[in-house]
Design a protein around this ligand. Structure first.
Ligand SMILES: [Zn+2]
Ligand SMILES: [Zn+2]
Ligand SMILES: [Zn+2]
Ligand SMILES: [Zn+2]
Length: 515
């Protein structure tokens, strides 16, 4: 694979990646092994070799007599292993010289990433140096609680005698900071048959250089071997920065910025953050109390209506929004009725695409999906409502996550599934004509095809990869169904010009290139 990016440096962004050539949407930009990987909390124990959660018992490594490992048959073959020979020897030495016990490790499981990062200094000096060049915001952390929080890690590393003369606790704090600021969330290996997994954090040295933008141009996935793969989500021109959204694109500007300031120590000034309307989505806006049509958005100390230009005091409207936010916290988000009521109530105050409403609408679509899939004869009303919700969410996703996007792929898949179900129900009950039925199926096919084009880059064993396999089966079956119905309509002597042409066209076009 030719190099698709280069590293540049700027005052504002530090080191960052730019496209070394034109990159097409869906093209792989980089793939990256973790420099270091570990649990994101110090509360639950994981196997030091494969990161499976250790629920009630564990074995201790036979060689070093220190590292806690999977009991029974040991670590499953399919998972990547991290307690290698070199580390094992270091641990064994620590046991002999420092009296380290398995309990020391159990009590410090949250510091394993820091320890492993530090050991890289001996085993991979090149990577260690790159790691030490990552952004840390060390001086800002020095005054905050997080400095004290890592005191235990500092003490643990000191107790191992791994700090050379002259190195002080700042080195450990710097490692903690580099991990905090640069890590990606990684789903650990799932316990066979149970499925639960630990959430891990991994530092990827190339991907760590991706700058942030609230409208990103990449799509990230991490496969079963914890390899991170970054694809372009939209076309990227040579010389453009390659960026990734560190926050949730479905949140409004205020929570996104809070997240970035607390976790990453910077204030985002991207096109979305500097536009009060959030690129016309009005994702943080409220309905104007004056004209009741326009949306008011925050503009300095006031909120101003986009339509009638009325100005509203910040404290009034912000209090109302806070109430809407608090209410969402307390309702049962798995209950259809409570979600519907919330949406109805909050729609009187907030713009239809406000992030709180979108959150409730997404959850409701999920609840309806489960009900529809569970019930033997789901009602038309359920399906119509779910379709409407998906149709509301999709255009917002197109703006805030242009191109390839996991949530969008799932939304399109759901749109397809319900379109097919509803059309079949209506056709079977003779409420829909044969040709209208075909039209609906063709519409569903288009949704599904777009979903597949995005899902196809997901790793095979991830939930999205599994959805991709299922969607592909359904895509093939749907095409067969459509041509059968068209044939029977032809047999009945119905003319069907436009639609049959569409079918022919899709059948001849090279569909998806799936490995
Ligand atoms: Zn294991
Ligand atoms: Zn060992
Ligand atoms: Zn931004
Ligand atoms: Zn107004």
């Amino acid at each position: 694979m030719s190099v698709k990016y280069k590293v540049e440096k700027s005052e504002k962004l530090g080191r960052y990646l730019v496209a070394a050539k034109d990159i097409k949407a869906g093209e792989r930009i980089l793939s990256d092994e973790p420099f270091v990987l570990g649990p994101s909390s110090d509360t639950s124990l994981v196997c030091f070799n494969c990161y499976l959660p250790l629920i009630n018992k564990f074995l201790v490594c036979k060689n070093c007599a220190v590292a806690p490992l999977c009991p029974g048959d040991g670590c499953p073959d399919e998972f990547a292993k991290y307690h290698g020979r070199q580390e094992c020897d270091v641990f064994r030495n620590l046991k002999l010289t420092k009296g380290i016990s398995p309990m020391t490790m159990v009590q410090n499981v949250g510091s394993i990433s820091v320890l492993r990062a530090l050991l890289k200094k001996e085993t991979n000096l090149l990577e260690w140096k790159l790691f030490m060049e990552l952004e840390t915001h060390l001086e800002r952390r020095r005054e905050s609680n997080v400095w004290q929080y890592y005191d235990n890690t500092v003490k643990f590393i000191q107790s191992l005698g791994l700090l050379e003369n002259g190195q002080n606790q700042d080195l450990v704090q710097k490692i903690c900071a580099a991990i905090d600021v640069n890590s990606f969330e990684v789903r650990g290996p799932p316990i066979p048959a149970i499925g639960c997994a630990e959430i891990l954090r991994g530092v990827y040295l190339q991907a760590a250089l991706l700058s942030h933008d609230c409208i990103a141009n990449t799509h990230m996935s991490i496969n079963d071997s914890n390899v991170l793969v970054c694809h372009a989500s939209v076309d990227i021109k040579k010389g453009e920065s390659i960026n990734y959204n560190y926050t949730d694109p479905l949140k409004g500007t205020i929570p996104r910025q809070q997240h970035l300031i607390v976790g990453k120590y910077f204030k985002c000034t991207c096109t979305r953050c500097t536009d009060n309307t959030e690129l016309g989505t009005f994702m943080s806006s409220a309905i104007c109390p004056g004209c009741k049509k326009g949306y008011i958005t925050k503009n300095g100390d006031m909120w101003i209506c986009s339509d009638c230009k009325k100005e509203v005091e910040s404290k009034d409207i912000e209090h109302k929004i806070k109430c809407c936010s608090d209410k969402l916290e307390v309702i049962n988000k798995k209950d259809e009725k409570e979600l519907e009521e919330y949406i109805k109530y909050v729609s009187l105050v907030l713009a239809p695409s406000h992030y709180l409403l979108l959150d409730a609408k997404q959850r409701l679509a999920g609840v309806l999906r489960d009900t529809i899939n569970r019930e033997p004869r789901p009602t038309k009303k359920l399906m119509v409502r779910k379709l409407a919700l998906c149709e509301e969410i999709l255009p917002i996703l197109e703006i805030v996550s242009p191109g390839i996007c996991r949530t969008k792929a799932i939304t399109l898949y759901e749109l397809h599934a319900t379109t097919v179900q509803l059309a079949k129900k209506l056709f079977d009950s003779r409420e829909m004509s044969g040709s209208a039925y075909v039209d609906e199926l063709l519409k569903a096919e288009k949704y599904l095809k777009r979903a597949l084009e995005m899902l196809v880059i997901e790793p095979g064993n991830s939930p999205e990869g599994e959805l991709c396999a299922k969607a592909l089966e359904e895509y093939r079956a749907l095409k067969v169904t459509i041509s059968k119905i068209v044939d029977s309509l032809h047999a009945q002597g119905k003319t069907f010009g436009m639609d049959s042409m569409t079918i022919e066209e899709t059948e001849n076009s090279t569909c998806l290139d799936v490995d």
